[in-house]
Design a protein around this ligand. Structure first.
Ligand code: 5AD
Ligand code: SF4
Length: 461
């Protein structure tokens, strides 16, 4: 009864929350299994950001419910954003659920599973669904554990929870609650532990990372708590690279811009959500910046860091988005030149400011706009990736590639994925790789041996 499979939907925050749950469960004697079919317990960590993400998880939970009919000892739980959003109403659709755990209660999962299993084993009555969705002070500090003994060359570190913005389309303030930052010392201690266990790259996670701690911790020498945190992590021995996601253009001040080029571990890559290229739509979305201001911040960063790689999020088909508005988004794409983008078709979310506006832009128009942006993006990404052919870049080797003998994969500082022939011993090292070929998503490279510590490279390379 102790094999648990966790399936994660949604963003990196969710991935990190699932990892923390896995670590807590292992510490309690559970084993985490990759194969859902082998599991005694399946936990779905869910996303609510779009309707489709919720439907997927509901479909999956329904399917797992049927497995319970064959095996009454099989347990199914739903955690995270959809549990928080839909609450106990979810039980109308999924009456067989054993566990429903909200976004501030991930740390209670081991206790709940212990209790459920004890009841199943006859030491108590079979319980009805355990529902744990309350807000909890300090819950941001509970997403801290990493699975011991499992080396993560690149690790996520959750620095805060929640969001105080009021973007009209967004359900996150509802699902994740108000913004709460973890203390800097705790975060740094976690990063030091990761470094000691072999982590070389950390990605700091928060809904709006540049707002980290602004209410809780003081500015020092004009530097925001987030910049202070970056400085502290930059000084951690063993950590070679720092990334973060996601910042918001509002409150993206000079102190953060100045970090580029100043903090040598901060990578030349930023995920910088634009959402729309039309000021009119940005205003309707309650995003308090103009396209001009967004571009100026990026220009200032590029001035300090000419090699900057930029990705973004864009929503197409927001209520009232006209052809002219969409054209402005296309123009912004051309002008700014994003290297990667996540393009989303607008989805009405309950209890958001935009909900009363309905969903007036027809699905076909959303599809068409989505495709136009993806085509632009592909053309740009390919051009930029091809510009790297012939260059030798520093790659952090993350592990074996999905396919091919002796094939390994890693990333450049600009977050480009590189595949090359190498050796297990290079995992976790920064190695020079000459780029030979480029596609939209991947670079094919060749290890440059002269820069590598030859003692550590086997003769076969
Ligand atoms: N519909 C479509 N996309 C959305 N996003 C957030 N809410 C919605 C919604 N209601 C997108 C935003 C955000 C990303 C995580 O998801 O672009 O940056
Ligand atoms: Fe992540 Fe937002 Fe989806 Fe929650 S709703 S999983 S915070 S993207």
């Amino acid at each position: 009864m102790n094999r648990v499979h966790i399936k994660t939907y949604g963003c990196q925050m969710n991935e990190r929350d699932s990892e923390a749950v896995a670590a807590m469960l292992r510490a309690r004697g559970y084993s985490i299994v990759e194969d859902e079919g082998e599991a005694d317990v399946v936990l779905l960590n869910t996303c609510s950001v779009r309707e489709q993400a919720e439907q997927k998880a509901i479909g999956k939970a329904g399917h797992l419910g049927r497995r319970k009919k064959r095996n009454p000892n099989f347990l199914v739980g739903v955690m995270g954003c959809m549990a928080q959003n839909k609450g106990a109403d979810l039980l109308d659709r999924l009456p067989d659920l054993d566990l429903l755990v909200g976004t501030q209660k991930f740390h209670t999962v081991p206790d709940h599973l212990d209790n459920l299993i004890a009841s199943l084993q006859g030491q108590g009555p079979r319980p009805s669904t355990l529902v744990d969705l309350e807000a909890e002070a300090g819950s941001q500090n509970t997403i801290r554990d990493h699975v011991p003994g499992e080396r993560q060359v690149s690790a996520f570190v959750s620095i805060m929870q929640g969001c105080n913005m009021k973007c009209s389309y967004c359900i996150v303030p509802k699902t994740r609650g108000p913004e709460r930052g973890r203390p800097i010392d705790d975060i740094v201690a976690e990063v030091e532990e990761l470094a000691a266990a072999g982590t070389r790259e950390v990605t700091l996670l928060g809904q709006i990372v540049n707002q980290y701690g602004v209410r809780e911790f003081p500015f020092v020498d004009g530097k925001s708590p987030f910049v202070q945190l970056l400085e502290r992590i930059n000084a951690v021995e063993g950590i070679e690279r720092i990334r973060f996601t996601s910042p918001h253009p509002s409150g993206f001040k000079q102190d953060l811009i100045d970090c580029y080029g100043r903090l040598e571990k901060l990578c030349e890559y930023i995920h910088f959500p634009l959402q729309s290229g039309s000021d009119r739509i940005l205003k309707a979305m309650r995003r308090p910046y103009s396209v001009e201001k967004f571009s100026r911040i990026l220009e200032a960063m590029r001035e300090r860091c000419p090699d900057l790689w930029v990705s973004t999020d864009v929503i197409v088909g927001y209520p009232g988005e006209t052809q002219e508005d969409f054209q402005l988004t296309c123009d912004a794409f051309e002008r700014i030149g994003f290297d990667m983008a996540y393009v989303f078709k607008y989805s009405v979310r309950p209890d958001t400011a935009a909900e009363p506006l309905g969903d007036p832009v027809p699905q076909e128009i959303k599809e068409e706009r989505n495709q136009i942006l993806l085509d632009k993006l592909q053309a740009h990404s390919l051009r930029r990736n091809q510009s790297l052919v012939g260059q030798t870049l520093e790659v952090l080797v993350e592990g074996p590639a999905r396919r091919g003998e002796n094939r390994f994969t890693g990333r450049t500082r600009g977050f480009r994925k590189v595949v090359f022939t190498g050796s297990e011993r290079l995992v976790g090292q920064l190695v020079p790789v000459r780029i030979k070929e480029a596609t939209v998503t991947t670079l094919e490279g060749e290890l440059v041996l002269s820069g590598v510590d030859l003692d550590k490279v086997p003769a076969s390379v």
